[in-house]
Design a protein around this ligand. Structure first.
Ligand code: MN
Length: 291
């Protein structure tokens, strides 16, 4: 299993130096995979970070979220077009850093909505992601939509809804990016949700219920890892967490990062990798007893 870590564990990853620092610390901690957030290509030397990743022997993954002015489910066609352009740029960055995938909450604005989603919002979003998934396929990039909780989108929050959305696109290059922090709010049974998603899982985030140290919250991870083993999941499992320096003010507000859950990023990275490896190994051993 490939284990990854989000760049926000160390910093906001918005320039070349910040990204290289995070990548190096991730490699030292023992990770195989490093997740990048969306960034402005003018501030980041994309070719250089691709080369650095290669020399460190760490795989890069790309992700992004959409601010309200780039909401691809909007009723305003100008906002939808702006959002589609952001997604196309994110796919091209993913290709150029050598990432095999691009993930994140990319099907709507990443925000707390105060209105019900409409059929038109859904259809608008589906039409955009159908096109973006096609372009991503041509670029060799698999597109994964992160199912986030009700406070961060209104369009869909569960695996069942995500699968219906993928069916509506008809795409074979659109997958689900699922996250234990969000599932803990939205799914009645995380193991069943993972089994339902099955081969459509493109990317997986491990986050504790309080976004703090893994094991310090209320999530029961054993059924989660049992389900990942049961479906034969073979992609990447990444820990996602933020410190208050780890993301900009906009994302801090969206994700309600109001206090430090931990301060030593390197220690957080090390213990998270140990935790995920132990959970994975224990799930393998439990499964082996019934083979
Ligand atoms: Mn996540």
């Amino acid at each position: 299993m490939k284990f990854g870590v989000h760049s926000f564990v160390w910093n906001d990853a918005q320039d070349t130096a910040a990204i290289e620092y995070g990548m190096e610390r991730a490699r030292v901690a023992g990770y195989d995979f490093f997740e990048l957030p969306g960034f402005d290509r003018k501030r980041v030397d994309v070719a250089r970070i691709a080369k650095t990743a290669e020399s460190l022997g760490i795989e890069l993954g790309a992700s992004c979220g959409l601010a309200p002015e780039f909401d691809v489910s909007s009723d305003d066609p100008a906002v939808v077009a702006a959002g589609e352009a952001v997604l196309n740029e994110a796919v091209s960055i993913a290709r150029d850093v050598g990432s095999r995938g691009m993930s994140g909450p990319i099907f709507s604005g990443h925000q707390k909505y105060r209105v019900m989603p409409t059929r038109r919002n859904w259809d608008t979003s589906v039409a955009v992601l159908t096109r973006v998934a096609d372009r991503a396929k041509a670029a060799g990039v698999a597109l994964s939509m992160e199912l986030v909780n009700r406070y961060e989108t209104n369009l869909m929050n569960t695996v069942k809804q995500g699968l219906a959305y993928i069916r509506d696109t008809g795409s074979d290059n659109l997958f689900l990016h699922i996250d234990t922090f969000h599932m803990n709010i939205e799914e009645g049974d995380m193991g069943q949700a993972i089994r339902l998603a099955g081969g459509r899982i493109g990317y997986f985030h491990v986050g504790e219920s309080n976004r703090g140290y893994l094991g310090s919250g209320s999530i029961d991870f054993a059924p989660v890892f049992d389900a990942l083993v049961a479906i034969g999941y073979q992609k990447v499992i990444s820990v996602e967490a933020f410190n208050t320096q780890g993301c900009g003010d906009w994302l801090k507000a969206i994700c309600a990062i109001w206090r430090e859950n931990w301060t030593d990023a390197d220690a957080f990275a090390l213990t998270s990798l140990d935790f995920m490896r132990a959970q994975w190994d224990e799930a393998q051993r439990r499964a082996a007893a019934y083979r």
